[in-house]
Design a protein around this ligand. Structure first.
Ligand code: ADP
Ligand code: MG
Ligand code: ZN
Length: 643
């Protein structure tokens, strides 16, 4: 921050100097009159070419030549030339000497020009100072503008010299704006109560947490929650992001922490919110090769400050992270962030509530049913749902509709899941064929295996990074998976690759993501969930080790155990791959029909997949669909038959 200030001041000074120079130059250059040297002047004087001189200020002399076009009475408003002089006394003496004026004051020759003297102390100095004054004024305006811009950047929030923290008073967010998450709300309600009536709690000796750590995946509303607490309690909210502490210069982070708490203490009761605290609160001493002094100093300062106020004071420090496990244990000790609140990805009910909150001021068509949307958006966070409704609104606006319809929302879901649809991407026929078989492979395995999710949509339209996709929806909302379900899921993930092998007799790179996901699931079955012959043993135990700028993992297991794990993972993958191959060989006919249908329609839905499995050939499905649409079009023909 200090660095920035110096830089700014220097640049402002440079601007002022530059403007001053330009103005001075302009005043000289646009004068239009010619400048002559003093020697030239004296020469002209002796030759009797000077009609009049005018001393303006001490150092400048304006000149009217004999026979000039300028009438004598217009001088010195208009002049023929001017000349720089060292002083008006010297110059006038020179003139008198050269023109040989006698004691009585009468000129001995007729060359003596008329001499006019203005008052040097008034206008003359003013004119010679004019460029400088102008420069100062312009510079001052610039300075003012820059200051104003700075103030504008932190609109509504005050910024402090040394902290990057923002203080916001009168936060408008309330618990009402945070939907779902009722348990989290109940826990935080306690904090609100304390901030509102600290006396009530301290009187009975109740211990109020000093720090509250919100832990949860990105987009689950941690920042929103912190604001809501400040809003509900109606106290000032100081917020800073962990990454703001991490600066190039050692000591800056620590001084920012100090200033932050200084400001907070002046505004008690209040909430200090440290977003992304993992940037500064990472486990000390885990790094290799040093270079973490700055982070450690900052963290130490934070600990010192948190210990430095009494719980009764009315400062509550809230922090958010998505990795509580990598935080320095010192931060989690009693008296610091001793209260941890897990902010979870919302469940069906939560999703429905969030959808309601975010659709408050969006016009929705009558057919929109939040229950259905909530059911098919498993895994969406609050931020995802907010984004989904926004995408839907954009789609409606693009179609010039006044209300959002269900189709917009469904399209919005796909957009949020896979990024924007890319209809323009060119797909070669070979690619299309491979993709069609790959996706059919997923879909058929999913359909055949009873523990797999329902197939909703199979498509060969590329989206985001994927060449095609198979969308499934869970049959129920269970939060536990059985071993059988996991095995079926792995088989389905490998279905794409299996189809490629059966039909194309070769494999492509298209399945890399499937393979990665299947492997990681299989590995977790072995190491975390005790679902292999190795028994109910937790074998994860990978420790993250800070190596310079990146994280490596270090396993707790013996070499022997690791190789056993690898073998078991491989067995799970191999077995399920075999199952996928078997299913697809059995249903080869259905797969061929599905590929035909995909080629025609590019995207097929649950009903069509069901029909294929009932043995209806692709042609029939297509002609049936055509019949329906043709009939519809027939209905639309006006009675007169004009089209
Ligand atoms: P985090 O800090 O956990 O990454 P944010 O608090 O920044 O998440 O949430 C991002 C946005 O997502 C919020 O501004 C809000 O619009 C929306 N959101 C997240 N969770 C909820 C929720 N429970 N209720 C309503 N909106 C939510
Ligand atoms: Mg956040
Ligand atoms: Zn795939």
């Amino acid at each position: 921050m200090k660095r920035v200030n110096i830089f700014k001041i220097v640049s402002i000074i440079l601007v002022i100097i530059a403007i001053g120079l330009v103005i001075a130059l302009m005043l000289g250059a646009f004068d239009g009159t010619q400048e002559i040297t003093y020697d030239e002047f004296l020469q002209k004087l002796q030759q009797g070419e000077i009609s009049a001189v005018y001393f303006s200020g001490n150092f400048k002399m304006s000149i009217l030549f004999k026979g000039s076009e300028i009438p004598a009475d217009k001088f010195p408003d208009r002049v023929d030339a001017y000349c720089q002089i060292s002083s008006r006394t010297l110059a006038s003496d020179d003139i008198l000497r050269l023109c040989k004026v006698d004691e009585a004051g009468a000129p001995e020759n007729a060359n003596l020009p008329k001499m006019i003297f203005d008052d040097p102390s008034s206008g003359s100095i003013w004119t010679s100072l004019l460029p400088m004054i102008l420069a100062l004024v312009v510079g001052g305006i610039f300075f003012f503008i820059i200051l104003r811009q700075n103030a504008g950047a932190n609109n509504k929030a005050m910024s402090f010299g040394n902290t990057k923290a923002q203080m916001t008073k009168n936060i408008k967010v309330r618990f009402n704006d945070v939907a779902g998450a009722e348990e989290e709300k109940a826990e935080l309600q306690e904090i609100v109560e304390f901030l509102k009536h600290p006396q009530k709690y301290t009187d009975v000796g109740a211990k109020i947490p000093r720090g509250v750590l919100l832990v949860g995946p990105p987009g689950t509303g941690k920042t929103l929650f912190a604001k809501a607490v400040a809003g509900e309690a109606n106290v000032p909210f100081f917020s800073i992001s962990g990454s703001d502490f991490v600066e190039m210069f050692v000591g800056v982070g620590a001084s920012r922490v100090r200033d932050l708490f200084l400001q907070a203490k002046r505004n008690m009761p209040c909430i200090v919110f440290i977003d992304e605290i993992d940037a500064v609160g990472r486990h000390r001493g885990a790094g290799l090769g040093g270079g973490n002094d700055e982070r450690e100093q900052t963290l130490n300062q934070l600990l010192v400050q948190m210990d430095g106020f009494e719980t009764g004071d009315g400062i509550i420090v809230m922090a958010a992270t998505n990795r509580a496990d990598i935080l320095d244990p010192a931060l989690l000790r009693p008296g610091r962030f001793d209260r941890q609140i897990y902010v979870n990805v919302p469940d069906v009910k939560g999703r429905e509530a969030i959808l309601k909150v975010h659709s408050r001021n969006k016009p929705l068509a009558g057919d929109i049913d939040f229950k259905t949307i909530a059911r098919i958006t498993t895994g969406f966070t609050g931020a995802d749902l907010a984004n989904l409704l926004n995408e839907a609104a954009i789609l409606a606006a693009r179609a010039n509709r006044k209300v959002i319809i269900m189709e917009d929302i469904l399209e919005g879901i796909n957009k949020v899941i896979m990024g924007p649809q890319k209809k323009s991407r060119v797909v070669t026929a070979t690619d299309k064929r491979i993709t069609a078989y790959h996706e059919s492979g997923h879909a058929i395995v999913a359909k055949v295996l009873e523990n797999c999710d329902d197939v909703q949509e199979v498509s060969i339209i590329p989206r985001g990074m994927a060449a095609g996709y198979t969308l499934t929806r869970p049959k129920n909302e269970d939060s536990h998976y059985t071993k059988a379900e996991l095995n079926d899921t792995i088989a389905m993930m490998l279905g794409g690759r299996a189809a490629e092998e059966i039909v194309i007799k070769d494999v492509t790179t298209g399945a890399s993501n499937d393979i990665q996901r299947a492997s990681s699931l299989a590995r977790r079955m072995v190491t975390e969930w005790g679902m292999s012959d190795l028994g109910c043993l937790y074998l994860g135990g990978d420790q993250e080790v800070f190596v310079g700028k990146s994280w490596g993992t270090h396993s707790n297991n013996s070499e022997e155990m690791n190789s056993k794990i690898d073998n078991h993972v491989k067995t799970i993958i191999d077995d399920n791959y075999k199952r996928a191959i078997e299913i697809l060989t059995t249903y080869h006919g259905v797969m061929d029909e599905m590929v035909k249908l995909l080629f025609e329609k590019e995207t097929i839905y649950k009903e069509e997949v069901d029909k294929l499995f009932e043995g209806v050939p692709a042609e029939k499905i297509l002609s049936d669909a055509k019949g329906v649409t043709e009939k519809k079009e027939d209905d639309e023909i006006p009675p007169e038959g004009k089209r």
